[in-house]
Every structure is written in C-alpha cells, then in structure tokens.
Design a protein around this ligand. Structure first.
Ligand SMILES: NC(=O)c1ccc[n+]([C@@H]2O[C@H](COP(=O)([O-])OP(=O)(O)OC[C@H]3O[C@@H](n4cnc5c(N)ncnc54)[C@H](OP(=O)(O)O)[C@@H]3O)[C@@H](O)[C@H]2O)c1
Length: 306
C-alpha cells in the first residue's frame, strides 16, 4: 500500500494509475472524493487531505510503504499561501515519519531556489528542504512543464488560440521550454519510490522549443492560425487579466510569465523523459482547449484554505 496526495487531480492521478498498474494498493489524501463514474474511485481508498488533525494523517499513512506528495498551490490567494503550503508539507512529512512510512517521493519543480525572485520557486525550494531534512529516505522529482490529459496551462493556451484572433507573447518569445509527459513523470516517481537512495532529479522531456514555437505547435494541433504578437510583458499580463476577468480565473500571472521568460521550465540535467510532445499533440491536440480549465474552480472556490 502506498499513499498519494491528489489521486483525483492531475499528477497524483497519473501516479496512482501507475502504482495500480504495477499491482500496488493506493490510498489517497485529497480534499475531493472520486467523482461519480471516475474509474479510479473503486480502486483507491480515500482519506481527507487536511493538516489540522495530525493523528488522522498518521492513521491514514500507517502501514503504507511510500508517500507520494503532489500537494502544492499554484498561486497565493486568501489564506492559501506558499509559506502555509511549506508548513503543511512539514506536517505531512512529520506524520509520514510517525506512521513509519519507508520513503517519500516529493514532486517539486525544475529550478527551485531559496533565492529565486519568484515566490513559487522559493516556496518549492523550502518545501524540498523540509523533505531533505526530515530524516526520511526521499526522492525529489522536479518536472519542467507537464503535459497530459486534464492539464490547465497548455489547455488554456489552446483555448486562447481557439477564441482570439491573435496570441500575445511577452518579449521575443524565444525563451525555451522543455515539456515532459505526465505519464513519464508518474513513471519516474514510481520508479523512484521503489528505490532506497535519497536522490533529487529533474523530469524533462527530449524536446526543447522556444515558447513561440510551442504556441505555433499547439495552434497547428487545434487547427488555428498562429498569429503571434510580441508585446511587452506588462501588456501581456494586462491582456491575461482581462481574459481572467471574463473567465473568472487567473489565466496566467506575472510570476508564471517571469519564470517562463527566465527559462525555469527547462532542465540542465541529462534527459530522463523520452516522450515527444509533438507526437502527443498529434493525438491529443484536437480535444485541447475546447473548454476553459479553471484553476480557481478546480482548486480554490469549493474549498476552505488548508
Ligand atoms: N502541472 C505542471 O506543469 C507542473 C510542472 C512542474 C511541477 N509541478 C508540480 O507538480 C505537483 C502537482 O501539480 P499538479 O499540476 O498536478 O496540481 P494539482 O493536481 O492541481 O494539485 C496537486 C495537489 O495539490 C492540491 N491542491 C492544489 N491546489 C490547491 C489549493 N489551492 N489548496 C489546497 N490544495 C491544493 C490538490 O488537492 P486535491 O487532491 O484535494 O484537489 C492535489 O492534491 C505540484 O507540486 C506542482 O508544483 C507541476
């Protein structure tokens, strides 16, 4: 039995599916129970993801071998802050130790740094420190930009391309991204769970594109012209805010645009992923961006801050 946070969400779902495919039992810690008709619902045990009742967390993890942590917040809003998320990870990891979990596989992000200008990346570095200083055996997996079914960011690039006559990129659009497939991230996590050594590594795919190229590929996949307009970052952010007001969401924020331009979604390590983003788009592109995927709807509005 292993425990995965967020088995009915994005990365946690892929990890749970990979564990089940390898014959492991899976328990999830999640705010949400499985939706009606979710095929994972009958295969995954559920316990509430919360951080105020440590004893319940310990109980939920007792008897399990590996804890896979995907929990994080995409941006700060109300009581959901990065500092709070770091402390919540501390509670989770401490509870795992008390429950005698053998190992933690923690999903982080490429290029975290405690001195990053971006709060998200500083928070991720601090969360990593919680894991590395926990005394537990650990693997820290740092994905770049994850693509797969039910993602939010790439889906909404496609949604924007489908609905607007042009697509605005900040600056030259020449900054690089190195997407990695969701299935490969999950597989790397589960491989890492089976090991014993404490390790930290990036999960990145084999293809590197400029952001403008990535947008062009997505445009081709959804059958739209790629009319890319290069604008100052502040103007792009302003346009994103207008779209966000229409969609009642945060389409993309200044930190995310900044991290993109700083090429933090690229790895500087030997490759671990082999899946082609272009090939995935060939298959998945037609369905991409048909509907807007709302971060606020999915992760904020229905829940109290943890
Ligand atoms: N998506 C990417 O491209 C990408 C790239 C690099 C790194 N990562 C990292 O991968 C991990 C998983 O990300 P993901 O994209 O798969 O996200 P996700 O599925 O939306 O969320 C992962 C987990 O965090 C919880 N969560 C999300 N937003 C929350 C909020 N506002 N308040 C409380 N809990 C919240 C979810 O809880 P519930 O199960 O209760 O919904 C879920 O367990 C994160 O650590 C992220 O930093 C993602």
């Amino acid at each position: 039995m292993d425990v995965v946070t967020g088995a009915f969400s994005f990365t946690g779902r892929a990890i749970a599916e990979e564990l089940l495919a390898r014959g492991r039992g899976v328990r999830t810690l999640s705010r949400r129970a499985a939706a009606d008709g979710d095929p994972l619902g009958s295969h995954v045990e559920w316990a509430a993801l919360q951080f105020s009742d440590r004893a319940a967390l310990v109980e939920a993890m007792r008897g399990s071998d590996v804890l896979y942590t995907t929990y994080w917040v995409r941006f700060e809003r109300g009581g959901s802050t990065f500092a709070r998320a770091v402390e919540n990870i501390r509670v989770l990891v401490d509870a795992a130790r008390e429950a005698l979990v053998r190992r933690v596989v923690h999903v982080s992000v490429s290029n975290p740094s405690e001195s990053s200008p971006f709060a998200y990346y500083r928070g991720k570095a601090l969360a990593e420190r919680v894991v590395t200083e926990s005394g537990l055996s650990f693997a820290i997996v740092r994905p770049t930009l994850v693509y797969g079914s039910n993602d939010i960011l790439l889906n909404n690039v496609a949604w924007t391309l489908r609905r607007f006559p042009f697509f605005a990129v900040g600056g030259s659009g020449a900054y690089r991204v190195q997407p990695v497939s969701l299935a490969e991230v999950a597989s790397l996590c589960v491989d890492a769970g089976a090991d014993g050594q404490s390790v930290t590594f990036d999960a990145a795919g084999p293809e590197t594109y400029s952001y403008a190229e990535l947008v062009r590929l997505i445009a081709a996949a959804v059958g739209r012209p790629a009319r890319i307009v290069r604008l100052p970052g502040a103007v792009v952010l302003g346009l994103a805010k207008v779209v966000g007001m229409i969609s009642r969401d945060v389409l993309v924020n200044g930190e995310e645009l900044g991290a993109l331009r700083a090429e933090l979604l690229c790895s500087h390590e030997p490759l671990r992923g082999s899946g082609s983003f272009a090939a995935w788009l060939d298959g998945a592109g037609q369905g991409l961006g048909l509907r807007y995927a709302s971060e606020l709807e999915r992760n904020f509005r229905s829940y109290e801050p943890l």
